[in-house]
Design a protein around this ligand. Sequence first.
Ligand code: PLP
Length: 426
Amino acid sequence: MANFQLGIDFARQLDQQDQLAQYKERFYLGENELYFDGNSLGACSKDAEKSVLDMLEVWKKDKILMWNVEDGKYFKFPQYLGGLFSQMLKADANELTITNSVTINIHQLLATFYRPTKQRYKILVDELNFPTDIHAVVSQVLLHGLDPTEAVVSVRSRDGRNIEEDDIIAAMDETVAVALFPAVMYRSAQLLDMARITRAAHEKNILIGWDLCHSIGSVPHDFKQIEPDFAVWCTYKHISAGPGSNAGLYINKRHFGTRPGLAGWHGNRKETQFLLDHEHTPAPDVDAWLTGTPNMLSMAPIEGVVKLYNEAGIDNIREKSLRLTDYLIWLIEQRLSRYGFNNGTLLEHSRRGGHVALEHEDAFRISLALKARQVIPDFREPNVIRLAPAPMYTSFEDVYRLVEILDDIMQKKSYDQFSEERSLVV
Ligand SMILES: *Cc1c(COP(=O)(O)O)cnc(C)c1O
C-alpha cells in the first residue's frame, strides 16, 4: 500500500494534489453530509440538472416538433447518449445505446442471443450476481420450456466474496450457450478478468455478455480488446444520472443483422419508421434493439453528467478512485481493525472496482449509527457496509472524516441504541 500518513493534514495534502478536486462543486452535496453511496445512487450534479431543464424548455417551446430540432438530436437520442460512453468503453458509437432498464435489456439480449439446442442449452452465471440478472435468466429459460435447475449453471464462490476466474472457465463446456457475468461484484467489489473470461468463452463457442452496473463510470473498459458479444449497464449508480435513469446496451458489431428478440417500432430503420409499415425492418446497428418510445426525461440527465465525466476523463477517475479506496482501506486497517472490522475487498488494483466492502458482525446497526451522524453508506446483508468514495465529488478529507466518525461510533458503541429491524429499503 502507498505511503499514507495518519492525520487530517495529510488528507488535505492529498486534496491539494488532486486534479479532479474542482468537480466537487458541480454536485449537490449536503453541508455536513458525507455521501458514500454513489454506487447505489450517484449524487445530482448541476450538469445533469441543466440537461433536464434544457429538455423541458425544448418540450415547452417545440412540442411535437422537438423530435426534429438540432438535426433530429432528440429523435436519435438513444444512440446519441450511447455514443457518449465510447470513451469509457472503447466501443464505437453505433454499438452503444441507452434504453429501458438493465433488467429489460438482459431480457432483450437473451431473447436475441439465447437460442438453446438439444446440445447447447445452458446459461452460465455465478452465485454472487445481483438477483435481477438471475431472475431474467431463469424466466428466459422457462420461456423456452426448459428446466432452470438443469439449464442455469451457477458458478460457486469459494469464500462467499469472490468468484475465481478458473472456476468460471472450468464450467464452460459444449452444453453452455450463453454466459452472463458482472464486471464488478456488487457486494465485494471484485473485478473479474473480463478479457480472459471472454476469450475462454469464445474458444468454446459460447456467447458472453457483461453486466457493468458496478463498474461503469468507475472502471474503464476496453471493448476493442475484450470483444464481448453484448453488455448492459445502469446509469444511476457511479454515473450519477438520477433515480431510474435509463440503462445502457452494447451490441458488438459482428452481431449487427441478427434479428432482435424483442422488436418494436423504434428498432425499425429510422428512414422508414414513420411509413408505419407492419413489416419490421431492423435498423442496421444497435438501434435495432430499441423497442418503444424513449423515456426522454429519464434519459435527459445522462447527457449532462456523462459529458462532465468525459471532461474529467475515465482514466483520471479510475486513478483517483484507486487512491481514495487505497487510503480508505489503509485508514481502516490502522484505526479500526481493533474493533473487529474486516476488509472484504481484494487489494490488487486489477481485481477491484470502486467501492470498499467493510465487514463487521454489527454492520447493520453501525450503518444506522453512521446515518444518524449524516454519513451515508449502504448496507448489504448480512454483514457488509459498502463505502464508495466517488472520485467526482469525494475528497480525501471526506474519507478521513468518515473514518474519524466510525472510530468515534465504535469507541462509544453508539450503534447499541439502534434496532436490528430492517426497513423496506436498507
Ligand atoms: C443495480 C444492478 C441492476 C439493476 O437493474 P435495474 O433493472 O436497473 O433495476 C442489475 N444488475 C446488477 C448487477 C446491478 O448491480
